[in-house]
Design a protein around this ligand. Structure first.
Ligand SMILES: Nc1ncnc2c1ncn2[C@@H]1O[C@H](COP(=O)(O)OP(=O)(O)OP(=O)(O)O)[C@@H](O)[C@H]1O
Ligand SMILES: [Mg+2]
Length: 320
């Protein structure tokens, strides 16, 4: 009962899909007083033993804001997401999500973890995978099964995955699996969406579809997005600000402010050159990244494929 649709024949389903999420943000608007940042860090620090991953980090992420988190392997990007999920305590400072201390299992936060492929033999349909997003939430059990089924169908439709939602997940392409993961993360109608390298291993078309979907969600539902990535270019038109973590140090600001030869050389403590080529940012001389020339590897990105560099984001929706 393979119901996979060759995705080349589906013209930009992410746009229709995203519109389907318009009504999804209702509960978010009531979760915290208006004007509350989606994420607030104050003098936040995280250390394991003697090693400080980052410290003195103060940052507000507004509802609807798209924050890209960049930095080399081991700089503490995933650990930051775990702090926001309530899975990892800070060593110093404070953190709040929609005005509250993050706690495990909260449906305020949606999470797309660092990608792993499913076993081809896994006897789980895409629809079942998405449905798992209801478990562990406080209100999950309270949902009658018909309402739960409807909500699952809605988010599957919203990510454009209806055509293959009943196929075994292990047989789906990386991009199709990733859409289902995003559906799962959106199921709890989150005010904050945490994505850990969600574009890795996706081809350009799927990168664009997944990015467009996440972008639409934050625009239409006011969901703040914290998006960990090794490569800023595929999301550059969407990014409001960048948080760059390197060896215990950090910088935050717009891509124009942070992605400069001066700032990155200072952060890395060595000479790094930041070049701008046809709307793309190329960092040369990254001392400790596995991708010596970001953009040359694994992303299949071509200059000119995206509308480069400008992106209007008219005020955050205030959705916490
Ligand atoms: N619970 C823990 N106890 C001890 N060390 C940890 C723990 N969690 C993470 N670390 C260490 O902290 C460092 C940062 O890990 P983290 O996963 O946050 O990095 P990252 O920036 O996401 O890296 P990557 O780009 O490779 O995904 C790593 O060296 C990791 O081994
Ligand atoms: Mg990581």
């Amino acid at each position: 009962m393979t119901t996979r649709t060759p995705s080349t024949t589906r013209p930009r389903p992410e746009v229709d899909a995203a519109l389907g999420l318009l009504g999804a943000g209702r509960a978010d608007w009531e979760r915290a007083p208006a004007g509350q940042p989606a994420v607030r860090l104050r003098d936040a620090g995280l250390r394991f033993g003697q090693r400080e991953l980052w410290g003195g980090l103060s940052l507000d992420v507004a509802p609807g804001e798209f924050l890209a988190v960049l930095g080399p392997n081991g700089s503490g990007k995933t650990s930051l997401l775990k702090v926001l999920l309530g899975l990892q305590a800070l060593s110093a400072g404070t953190v709040s999500v929609c005005g509250r201390t993050p706690r495990r299992g909260s449906n305020t936060v949606g999470y797309v973890p660092q990608q792993k492929s499913f076993d081809p033999d896994l006897p789980l349909r895409g629809r079942d995978l998405v449905r798992l997003g209801l478990d562990g939430h406080r209100w999950g059990a309270a949902w009658p099964s018909r309402a739960a089924r409807g909500r699952v169908a809605d988010v599957i439709n919203a990510v454009g995955a209806t055509a293959y939602a009943d196929a075994p997940v292990g047989l789906l392409s990386g991009g199709e699996q990733q859409r289902l993961r995003i559906a799962q993360a959106l199921l709890g109608d989150p005010a904050v969406l945490l994505c850990d390298e969600p574009l890795l291993s996706l081809d350009l078309r799927h990168q664009q579809a997944v990015s467009a979907l996440i972008d639409a969600r934050r625009r239409l539902a006011g969901t703040a997005v914290v998006f960990v990535t090794h490569e800023v270019n595929p999301v550059l038109p969407l990014v409001d600000r960048v948080l760059y973590l390197v060896g215990g140090r950090w910088a935050v600001g717009t891509p124009q402010e942070v992605m400069t030869t001066e700032r990155l050389s200072d952060l890395y403590g060595t000479d790094v050159d930041v070049l701008r080529v046809r709307g793309r940012i190329v960092v040369v001389g990254h001392p400790d990244s596995p991708h010596a020339e970001p953009g040359e590897h694994h992303h299949h990105h071509h200059p000119g494929d995206r509308d480069p560099g400008h992106h209007e984001f008219p005020g955050a929706g205030g959705s916490c």
